[in-house]
Design a protein around this ligand. Sequence first.
Ligand SMILES: C=C1C[C@]23C[C@H]1CC[C@H]2[C@]1(C)CCC[C@@](C)(C(=O)O)[C@H]1[C@@H]3C(=O)O
Ligand code: AKG
Ligand code: FE2
Length: 373
Amino acid sequence: MDSSPTSLLLRPPMDTSTILFDPSILQKQSKITKEFIWPQNDRTNSLEVLQAPLIDLQGFFLNHEPSILASAELISSACRSHGFFQVINHGVDPSLSRQALDFLDHFFTLPLPLKLRHRRNPGSMWGYAGAHSDRFSSNLPWKETFSFGFHDTSLSHPVVTDFFTSTLGHEFKQIGLVYQKYCEEMKKLSLTIMELLAISLGVERMHFREFFEDSNSIMRCNYYPPCQEPELALGTGPHCDPTSLTILQQDNVGGLQVFSDEKWKSVPPVPDALVINIGDTFMALSNGKYKSCLHRALVNRQRTRKSLAFFLCPREDRVVRPPPGMVVDGMRKYPDFTWAELKEFTQKHYRADMNTLQIFSQWLLTASSSSFK
Ligand SMILES: C=C1C[C@]23C[C@H]1CC[C@H]2[C@]1(C)CCC[C@@](C)(C(=O)O)[C@H]1[C@@H]3C(=O)O
Ligand SMILES: O=C(O)CCC(=O)C(=O)O
Ligand SMILES: [Fe+2]
């Protein structure tokens, strides 16, 4: 851990009004404070379990055409309704997955002052955040997060390992190597899924793989401490990921829910499976044919819950535009945009929720029409 005086001096002072999300203190209180209490209609629940396909990718890797077409059919149906499915036999080494999940404890169990040394800078996504209390003042999520970027570079510059050692110190090098390898595996898997999505949409099989080849993605580590009033709080509020595709590894605690058929439905953890959900950017790439998955995460009284979310994003300056086959009679559902524009919108202007893409599209069109005046 870098404790050199300059690292302390370089940190801007926390605003005194910012709530400190310190689970070791908060959990001793009998009630949660108002900032963590969500509106009733965000907390409705059903006891239903989401019915979503579990896609076995072994057939794809064996290039077994009937299996590939059957998987594409299941994916098409799921993505047209709620944008969610799971995959098994995905090729990611189970011991790597286990390490990546277990290693979260190494950072998140550090004393809060040490974590705060690595808090996210305003305007940046990278680093530590506690309940996003530096960004929002109500409907705070009951979670700590640690986020970093991933893109392919030469092995001499493994961006994730470098981030861990330069940010957290050389004692985190081994952990950084694990997350570097994990992100490389997540990217490989996301490109496989992009091929399956292309097949399921009837577009040229390599179209989306090529679109995301030079992706610039986001890794988000989620740490949800136990909560004394879990029925009033949310670990992550209702939202669609603004990104393109999310590969989520959840631990065995449970809490992920998807909104489908007007109800919140649970997604019980499936051992060795990875959760896949469509994000706003891919919904735009499909011209609205595939739905960006509306989901949230619950917390509980007893157990800390952990999850790892890999958010696939295109190179920031690539224009997000559906392939010709997805546009019928010239009808476009969303304007052209770049991921850089949508990312900035969610980081500087609008808290991502279930309406992000709609509001962003209106904002973009208003901005462009005013610039023509
Ligand atoms: C581009 C992003 C913004 C968020 C992280 C990635 C993809 C998911 C987004 C998020 C998780 C959606 C819910 C609200 C949010 C503020 C959060 O709870 O963390 C979102 C992330 C963010 O803005 O940091
Ligand atoms: O932790 C989870 O199960 C979901 C997290 C999530 O939706 C996100 O980080 O975008
Ligand atoms: Fe999400």
